[in-house]
Design a protein around this ligand. Structure first.
Ligand SMILES: *[C@@H]1O[C@H](CO)[C@@H](O)[C@H](O)[C@H]1NC(C)=O
Ligand SMILES: *[C@@H]1O[C@H](CO)[C@@H](O)[C@H](O)[C@H]1NC(C)=O
Ligand SMILES: *[C@@H]1O[C@H](CO)[C@@H](O)[C@H](O)[C@H]1NC(C)=O
Ligand SMILES: *[C@@H]1O[C@H](CO)[C@@H](O)[C@H](O)[C@H]1NC(C)=O
Length: 501
């Protein structure tokens, strides 16, 4: 008995020594990678944990999920050429994983930050220029949508960007992107006309509908699997002031709210100028249930007929409905966000039926009880909105899987469950209750015949969802990844994000 035990102990101790050596070697290797990066790039492009720039970068992620990750160094390239240099260096060290970050709004841990390795922070790339045609806006990937709206508003033009002004360009557009004008013009990525991409081999290329069209289509919804986009050229549309804002209601209005949303989605008189995000909210710290709706109309028309179903509901605790511009709307929505906490977003897509929203709402109430069991103070929101319209012609194809002839903007409801909490120890309980909600809601939707397989990439939960497998375009995306990244740098080294293999 003794000998085998001794042997086992020995093997364990050898394994421990081996792993300790490996960990030390990996750390030394990372130190050398970080210092090589620093020596090849201009000054101040590589931030180490002791530098202020490192703090500024990590604390500027939207949520604690990624604020609390600790890369060995953060590299902040300021041009596509510098991004190319970084990629060439990192690919030479195939066992070094790295993360790529633009706005840092991803909710899933590890999607744009990393522990103990290298994060490429693209926020130094933030120029926004309107091209000579006066129509195309050329946006560096690390800018924020607020930066873009402040350039476009005075020109009376706009586009489908993030509805909160701090959201970044790269993650938003590569995941589709739902903007204020989504029911009119589709996903944010559909207006992109050209992208500048740094490939895995360091080549800097332009992809558009004439050149590298396969890559161009894949990047619109296929996320970070093909290269690092450094610049997006996006076409804009004429746009003056708009009407909208947030209305906060007591939860005594819940039934009326769900009826209004059901009627709005079932209406024969579809009005693409409208946009509605109806959130059922539980705020654990004050034990309050509320309904908060974002109502938006793309004309400066107060109380449009299409949104009367919502504006008529009483009592209202607060309302910011007004005529404003797109920056004004986006700044307001930013100010209402719930940053700096731990969070999980998860999503499902359904067709409308007279009863489905009531059932989903009641599942959400049950999930809130499960999420906040043992007196855990969470904030949780069940948000209902529409799926954007599909690409207007096959030549504008994206990778999200809706054919031009389909009408998801009329037919489908995008359900988002987002929950927030302070203490990382509470994560497992909240996440399990959120997964329970999605499983039950999907079952209910299937039973009612209203289930749709689409999962919006920018809302899906990495713990149990897989949106790129929900679009029917996985094989297509895999082919493009193999063509542009044959050694799989963006599959193996970039671990965060929705992977293809
Ligand atoms: C970085 O942030 C931490 C925690 O917020 C703080 O203790 C530290 O002093 C900061 N370091 C620098 C260099 O700013
Ligand atoms: C947009 O609205 C904001 C907030 O009301 C205002 O400060 C800004 O000047 C407006 N911009 C333009 C171009 O009108
Ligand atoms: C409204 O909130 C109260 C607690 O403030 C809760 O007891 C009640 O069930 C909620 N009603 C609805 C319809 O959600
Ligand atoms: C290709 O893109 C250009 C520039 O955006 C556009 O004018 C043209 O109509 C597009 N062609 C096709 C076939 O989509």
């Amino acid at each position: 008995m003794l000998l085998p035990l001794f042997r086992t102990l020995c093997v364990i101790c050898l394994l421990v020594i081996f792993h300790a050596h490996k960990a030390a070697a990996a750390a030394a290797n990372l130190n050398s990678i970080c210092s090589t990066l620093a020596s090849r790039l201009p000054n101040n492009r590589v931030a180490l944990p002791r530098n202020e720039a490192y703090n500024v970068s990590t604390s500027s992620y939207a949520y604690a999920n990624q604020q609390t990750q600790r890369p060995s160094c953060i590299v902040q390239p300021a041009s596509a050429t510098e991004v190319s240099l970084v990629i060439k260096l990192l690919r030479q060290s195939p066992n070094t994983p790295f993360a790529v970050r633009s706005g840092g709004h991803a909710t899933n841990r590890g999607f744009s930050n990393i522990d103990g390795s290298v994060t490429i922070d693209l926020t130094a790339l933030r120029a926004v220029r309107v091209l000579k045609d006066g129509v195309t806006v050329s946006i560096d990937t690390g800018a924020s949508w607020g930066d873009v709206y402040r350039v476009l508003d005075p020109r009376r033009r706009s586009l489908n960007g993030g509805r909160a002004s701090n959201v970044g360009i790269g993650g938003f557009l590569s995941g589709g992107g739902i903007g204020f004008f989504a029911l009119k013009y589709g996903f944010g990525c559909d207006a992109v006309t050209n992208v500048q991409v740094v490939l895995a081999n360091g080549d800097i290329i332009e992809a558009n509908n004439k050149s590298h069209k396969d890559l161009f289509v894949a990047l619109k919804g296929g996320q970070n699997n093909f290269g690092i986009v450094t610049r997006w050229d996006v076409t804009t549309v004429p746009q003056g002031n708009v009407w909208g804002g947030s209305v906060v209601y007591l939860n005594t209005t819940t039934a009326a709210q769900l009826n209004a949303f059901t009627r709005w989605k079932s209406s024969k008189n579809f009005d693409p100028a409208s946009s509605v995000e109806q959130s059922h909210v539980y705020i654990g710290s004050i034990n309050q249930w509320l309904v908060a709706s974002l109502l938006f109309y793309s004309e400066p028309t107060p109380f449009p007929k299409d949104l009367k179903g919502f504006t008529d509901i009483q009592p209202q605790l607060d309302s910011s409905l007004r005529i404003t511009n797109v920056s004004g709307m986006a700044d307001e929505i930013q100010s209402q966000s719930t940053p700096n906490q731990y969070t999980i977003f998860s999503t499902l897509t359904i067709a409308i039926s007279p009863t489905i929203l009531r059932k989903i709402h009641s599942l959400w109430v049950s999930s809130v009880q499960k999420q906040s069991a043992n007196n855990i103070a969470i904030t949780s929101s069940l948000t209902l909105q529409s799926i954007p319209s599909p690409p207007s012609s096959p030549s504008r194809q994206n990778s999200l899987g809706f054919p031009s002839a389909s009408t998801p903007q009329k037919d489908l409801v995008l359900v988002l469950l987002s929950s927030f909490w302070e203490d990382p120890a509470h994560g497992p309980q909240v996440e399990a209750a959120v997964q329970w909600f999605i499983t039950e809601a999907e079952k209910t939707a299937r039973r009612e015949g209203v289930y749709h397989k689409f999962q919006y990439p920018n809302y899906a939960a990495a713990q149990f969802q897989d949106p790129l497998r929900s679009t029917g375009r996985l094989e297509e995306l895999r082919k493009v990844a193999k063509r542009y990244d044959p050694t799989g740098v963006f599959q193996r080294q970039v671990r965060g994000g929705w992977k293809l293999f």
